[in-house]
Design a protein. Structure first.
Lengths: 177, 230
């Protein structure tokens, strides 16, 4: 990240080599087609390039920072450029937290992916749906409440419990501050 | 007792908070290491979800990303290159003409308030037993500065004579080693002041002072008013 902040384009290429497939896959899933996924991935990596100096290591890893930037860019793209049809399609498809048909071979080949699959399977349906609408459809808790006719407080507790359970299932250790 | 927004951190990690809720959590995170640690681990859970969807992108995507970065470097990498070629000359006391022309556009409107030149000269004269490196005024606004490296191993500092920072900005000092800028201190002082550098200085480092947003930033965004080479 220091090299990216220092203006070295090759370092941005290395970041892409490590995380580009995941970013592209997330954007593909969120936007429903390869062309907007490519366009938004370019914008997201360029935003990382411009904003590398403001990256805060104490708030999260580089990859989760990149992921947040990419997801925000996708949400913006849908609001400004996405046609209504694409928006609705992306929201319908978000019903499942992991789409079996799109699950990546290389990822599923390793143990970590098995853990992800098991952790997701262990979630109660209502938590899985809420996490999916938040993560893949990019809806806020308030939007989820409006759209599903569920009280906001219920949505919030499902998000909180679902994320806690997912993390527990993934055995991501809570680091000491 | 501090109230931790633990209930909102999961939604924050998912990007599912409204703007006002997010600002509240952001403000709390500034002061709370345990909530930052909690957020980091929740964010890793979102990465695990993301990874399940990884797929090959067209090779042109990587090429486009790298090419765009090469085309449009951040502002400061541009002026750093210009500074380096100008600072190669020893003792850059005067404004290098090419550099001044390159930098002046962004700095119109700074104005050149009269400042206490005598106090500045006296402060530099007091730096006995130290190496004093004059910094070049790179903006044509009458800023003056010198890097002082005490022989006794005390922290290096800058003696500065600065105009008022532009509205909403503060002056930030930088030690740039290779291509990496390190934050070295902030001052809002106008006129003659000293600023102890919070970063170590080695021979060959570039020292610069730029106007930056209040609180400072992690890499320069403004164009320097002073620059020199240690």
């Amino acid at each position: 990240m220091a090299r990216i902040a220092g203006g070295d384009p090759a370092a941005l290429g290395e970041l892409y080599d490590r995380h580009g497939r995941t970013v592209f896959g997330v954007l593909y899933r969120m936007l429903g087609a390869p062309e907007p996924a490519e366009e938004v991935a370019q914008d997201a990596f360029h935003a990382v390039w411009r904003r590398a100096g403001s990256y805060r290591g104490d708030r999260g890893s580089v990859r989760t920072w990149l992921l947040a930037i990419a997801r925000n860019a996708a949400i913006d793209w849908r609001r400004t450029k996405g046609r209504r049809v694409e928006r609705e399609a992306a929201i319908d498809e978000a019903a499942e937290l992991v789409e079996e048909t799109h699950v990546d071979d290389r990822v599923m080949a390793n143990l970590r992916a098995e853990r992800v699959r098991a952790a997701i399977a262990a979630l109660p349906d209502e938590q899985r749906v809420v996490l999916s609408l938040a993560f893949w459809s990019g809806l806020s808790q308030r939007e989820i409440a409006d759209r599903t006719g569920t009280p906001l407080g219920t949505v919030k507790s499902r998000v909180r419990l679902g994320m806690a359970k997912l993390r527990e299932g993934l055995r991501i250790e809570m680091e000491l501050p | 007792m501090t109230v931790h927004p633990l209930d909102d951190l999961a939604a924050y990690a998912l990007g599912a908070l409204d703007a006002d809720e997010r600002r509240t959590v952001d403000a709390h995170l500034e002061t709370c290491p345990s909530c930052r640690a909690e957020l980091r681990s929740l964010a890793e859970a979102t990465w695990a979800l993301a990874e399940t969807q990884s797929r090959d992108a067209p090779p042109r995507l990587r090429a486009a990303i790298v090419a765009r970065a090469g085309r449009r470097g951040r502002v400061w990498t541009g002026w750093l290159a210009a500074l380096r070629s100008d600072l190669r000359r020893p003792v850059p006391l005067a404004v290098p003409l090419a550099l001044a022309a390159a930098l002046v556009i962004a700095l119109l409107g700074y104005g050149g308030a009269r400042r206490d030149a005598d106090r500045y000269a006296a402060a530099v004269g007091d730096a006995v037993g130290a190496r004093v490196v004059p910094l070049a005024a790179t903006a044509g606004d009458g800023a003056r500065g010198s890097l002082v490296i005490p022989a006794n191993g005390a922290a290096p500092y800058l003696i500065l004579d600065l105009p008022a920072a532009p509205a909403g900005k503060t002056w930030e000092a930088w030690v740039i080693r290779g291509d990496t800028p390190v934050r070295a201190g902030l001052t809002d002082e106008r006129g003659v002041t000293t600023l102890t550098l919070t970063a170590a200085v080695a021979g060959g480092d570039t020292i610069a002072v730029t106007p930056e947003p209040q609180g400072g930033v992690d890499a320069p965004t403004g164009t320097p008013v002073l620059a020199g080479r240690s």
